[in-house]
Design a protein around this ligand. Structure first.
Ligand code: PFF
Length: 454
């Protein structure tokens, strides 16, 4: 049994780990995607199916990642290398760690740009730029932002510098302090927004839209969408959970922390829906997913509601915080790898990592303006990057983690780290990792690549 610690330090308690990992998992995906997909795809029926996916695929993968991280007590590449050596498997399994790390790196390059839009919107809202906005002017405001290269570059730089600053300060002084400050404010703002949503006359209508089960909408495609959403929402296969797991105190139960993260992430996705959709319906907006909802429709509602300037500003502050706890989690694996591979200081590793991510982010920024005409496989460069990471690299990483843990690592070694309290949990975990997770991921993969259609 391992009792070693990561050279980077340790979380001060398992609660801080849960907080940091939930901060990593709760992101733009929870606020804009989950509520919309739930409402469109059968409400309560979708939510029930989503919970099943979290239980059968999400929690086991979280458990596997935390186990690998805590067992190896290093960055994902070195952790998997250590475990492969102990299990007498090829050292090339460490490439799985490399894949996860690189996926996180690429995702961070565009996530930072979108997080930057949120900061700009905090100011726009506070300065009353949306007052009296119409559909056209709201779309115009968003397009002016995305076509302004310098403004996007500025906010991308701000996000990267502040993310680098937090990471350079280390686990307790950097990540822990940041999430302890931001997470409660984020929850408080969601509660305030729910309070407002409850006072609107469309609250009951929106709740029915979001939660009333309609099983006829639950088609195989919708089911696969739920599975994919569970996967992405929990930040699986990005190296994040493995790296955060490396700092988990030895005595904490991996089963209970994984369950806590999954419950908190799902609860926040549902609460976001409860806060947003009554507002969307009250102002006769059409629910949509993605940047359209957040940056074009909602500002319209804030423009016309009482105290809209205040609520709008609070909403975008919340968005910045949810995005920021995710950007720090996406940078940490690369920085720790640089520290452990080249024995650099955290400061030096952070500076080099943020410079690389910053440069990579230029592709996303340019693809909205000076390179907007460039098309690869019919998509903008940002579209390609998003497709490659979310639809190909993430599922592939998840599949390889499942194969490695369930098929390649001897059971006794694995059991020693996981230490499940009950035999049934261990049996269930083994079975889902061996069969359910790989089959589910292959199905998502075939669906998102368009190879499988019902
Ligand atoms: N889980 C976070 C979110 O839902 O926003 C972070 C994240 C994970 C973003 C995976 C993007 C992604 F592809």
């Amino acid at each position: 049994m391992q009792t070693k610690k990561s050279a980077q330090g340790e979380w001060s308690s398992r609660w801080t780990f849960i907080l940091a990992a939930t901060g990593a998992a709760v992101g733009l995906g929870n606020i804009w995607k989950f509520p919309y997909v739930a409402g469109q795809s059968g409400g309560g029926a979708f939510v029930l199916f989503y919970l099943l996916c979290v239980l059968l695929v999400g929690i086991p993968l979280l458990m596997a990642e935390i186990t690998i991280g805590r067992w190896g007590r290093q960055n994902p590449i070195h952790a998997i290398q250590t475990i492969a050596k102990e299990a007498k498997r090829s050292k090339y399994w460490s490439l799985v760690g490399g894949l996860c790390l690189f996926t996180g790196f690429l995702i961070l390059s565009y996530y930072s740009v979108i997080a930057g839009w949120s900061i700009e919107y905090v100011f726009k809202s506070a300065l009353g730029e949306f007052s009296g906005a119409t559909v056209l002017s709201s779309i115009g405001i968003f397009h002016r932002l995305t076509s302004n290269l310098w403004q996007m570059l500025f906010w991308h730089t701000v996000i990267m510098l502040s993310t680098g600053y937090v990471i350079a300060r280390g686990i307790e002084l950097g990540i822990e302090k940041a999430v302890r400050f931001m997470f409660p404010i984020m929850i408080l703002i969601i509660i305030l927004l729910i309070g407002y949503a409850m006072s609107t006359d469309k609250f009951t209508y929106a709740m029915a839209w979001l939660f009333e089960p309609d099983f006829s909408e639950l088609t195989p495609n919708v089911m696969l969408e739920a599975l994919g959403q569970a996967f992405f929402s929990l930040s699986i296969a990005l190296g994040t959970i493995m790296t955060y797991g490396a700092y988990l105190p030895h005595k904490s139960s991996i089963t209970s922390v994984s369950t806590a993260i999954a419950i908190a992430d799902t609860a926040i996705a549902l609460l976001a829906g409860v806060a947003i959709f009554p507002i969307v319906f009250s102002y006769h907006l059409t629910p949509s997913a993605g940047p359209g909802l957040i940056f074009q429709s909602l500002p319209l509602a804030f423009a016309h509601m009482p105290l809209g300037r205040l609520f709008g500003t609070l909403f975008f502050i919340m968005l910045v915080f949810t995005a920021f706890t995710s950007t720090i989690s996406l940078l940490e694996p690369t920085v720790v790898w640089l520290v452990e591979r080249f024995t650099w200081s955290r400061l030096k590793a952070s500076c080099i990592a943020i410079s690389a991510v910053w440069l990579m982010g230029l592709i996303t920024i340019f693809s909205f303006n000076i390179w907007s005409h460039v098309r690869l496989f019919g998509q903008t460069l940002f579209g390609c990057l998003d497709y490659l990471t979310a639809n190909i690299m993430l599922p592939l990483g998840g599949l390889l983690i499942a194969i490695f843990i369930a098929w390649k690592v001897p059971e006794n070694l694995f059991h020693a780290e996981l230490r499940p309290e009950k035999k049934i949990i261990y049996q269930g975990f083994k079975f889902t990792m061996r069969y359910i997770v790989p089959i589910a991921i292959i199905l998502i993969f075939l669906q998102v690549t368009g190879l499988l259609k019902w």
